[in-house]
Design a protein around this ligand. Sequence first.
Ligand SMILES: [Zn+2]
Length: 288
Amino acid sequence: MACPLCGGEQSGASWLGTTYYRGREFPYVECTSCGTLYCAPMPDASVLAEMYGPDYTQEGGTAGHVENPKEPGRVVEWLARLAPGTFVDYGCGQGELLIEAQRNGWQAVGVEFSEEVARAVAARTGAQVFTRAHEQADFPTADVLHIGDVIEHLTRLDEQMQEILRLIKPGGLLLAQGPLEANTSLFTSVLATARRLRPTRRTEMAPYHVLLATARGQREFFRRFYLEEIEYTLREVAWPAPSGLALADLGRPRAVGLFALRRCSQALSALRPRVWGNRYFYVGRKPN
Ligand SMILES: [Zn+2]
């Protein structure tokens, strides 16, 4: 199986190794060209149905204050800078960006995986919200399409990205953001080393993120789809470490350790902002 991001054919064992979810094994390999870790083989339809079923909740249960790492503000800044047209939020969640886009004079359209969520968001925001966008003949194509924290969940990435790009007008913009969980940072290195020192430790983890991307792999991915890069920036956020500590956390060495490690890591990454960090924000133009 080729690397879903850069398309490289060669891979080897990764520091994450094999994870387990409900008795099934999910091995993660490391791409030799770009360093991205990916699940090979990818979870199949039955595993996806199980994972994203009624029990699905966004990651939680971490100690301390875990901030939401997304940057809706940067999307809104882009919308405010451009002449209003059609804005599509692919993976619109609760629809916060749809409301902001409408406020800036844009026609806002959402795409959401769950029909129940789609209906509720449409009713609340007044925006059209689709579930299977690429199959709808009446889908309003986008001048600007935003995809935030979605790519790392996609198991047929080449095919699914082509479907997503078809929703953008020629010359339109793609705004994308998401985690770079295998990119260079002190935090990731310590995590990987700790993992290598305890190779027999069994990790129980649902394969929600089928990709742990590097900046290089993520950037190459957009290039492979002939998008013209306008912006590609990195930063390091606390997630999944806590962004602050409460008094009660001081008795929890793991929370304190992660918090301190992230602070050091952020300080180091700030020295090389073009290469180090754990999140990206990308803007690219679809060719005419
Ligand atoms: Zn790769």
